[in-house]
Design a protein around this ligand. Structure first.
Ligand code: FES
Length: 266
């Protein structure tokens, strides 16, 4: 039988996105549910696992309703303290709050500057080819959105994997976002995996080799070719895409790079 929602006084939204899971959210979730069950609070509370709450810097995160209380760094100990505070005293746990309604700013030590995307740099891109380049973001939230946009546009372009095999982007027939937080691209009968989360691989060296850690947007000066290069932590190329589609480039500048644009040379 399902829960009688008319008895529920508090709902705890526990983030189950990639960053929070990597920061131990599953353990927190299990331990705090044990507390709810064994303390007799199960029927008067509810827990909901969510996708990314948008505050990966403060992982693992929780949101508690009513009250719109946001919590940061919720490990098992802190999670139980939050439960006790809300259930017992109907009060937030102040020292763990990231944000609450009425606050003018968040209480985070991990706040990133808005200027985390650097301006495009003009330099030699490859032998004899000058152009502009900058580094974008590489989380699954950004890269899945990037490929989804390409899938929507379906323009001409080329995807090249780490072995140099080339696929026409117009043949992209599907995108899948796996449970391991990787992106699977389907080109006709063939599948290509771009590894963002790599949660299924335990060996740390192997993980670092496969995981996308750098996403670089470039535009060549002489040709109208634009592109994106995906690299691992060691700077090795995992894949790249090249294209001449202006609509897609505009999307990259606006959404992926947060409005950072190429400033032509005077
Ligand atoms: S994955 Fe939890 S806030 Fe992003």
């Amino acid at each position: 039988m399902g829960k009688d929602l008319s008895r529920v006084k508090q709902t705890f939204y526990t983030c189950d996105g990639g960053s929070c899971r990597r920061a131990g959210a599953e353990q927190t979730s299990r331990d705090t549910r044990v507390y709810l069950r064994n303390s007799g609070s199960w029927e008067t509370t509810h827990t909901v696992k969510t996708r990314c709450n948008g505050r990966c810097e403060d992982a693992p995160t929780w949101i508690v309703q009513p009250g719109n209380y946001w919590y940061k760094g919720v490990d098992s100990v802190r999670g139980v303290e939050i439960l006790k505070s809300h259930i017992g005293n109907n009060e937030p746990l102040k020292e763990a709050l990231l944000f609450k309604e009425g606050d003018l700013k968040m209480n985070s030590e991990n706040e990133r500057s808005n200027a985390f995307i650097k301006p495009f740099e003009y330099r030699e891109l490859s032998e004899g080819k000058m152009g502009w380049i900058t580094k974008g973001l590489s989380s699954d939230q950004y890269l899945y959105a990037l490929f989804s946009k390409w899938f929507e546009i379906r323009g001409e372009g080329v995807y090249t994997n780490s072995k140099g095999k080339r696929f026409s982007l117009s043949k992209l027939s599907g995108i899948d976002y796996s449970d391991e937080f990787n992106i699977e691209l389907t080109f006709g009968e063939e599948k290509e995996l771009l590894m963002i989360g790599v949660v299924g691989i335990k060996d740390e060296t192997e993980r670092q080799k496969l995981k996308v850690r750098g996403t670089f947007y470039f535009s060549e000066e002489q040709s109208s070719t634009k592109g994106i290069i995906f690299k691992n932590k060691m700077g090795e190329r995992l894949a790249s895409i090249t294209f001449e589609n202006e609509e897609f480039w505009k999307y990259c500048e606006t959404i992926q790079l947060g409005g950072v644009k190429i400033e032509e040379l005077a």
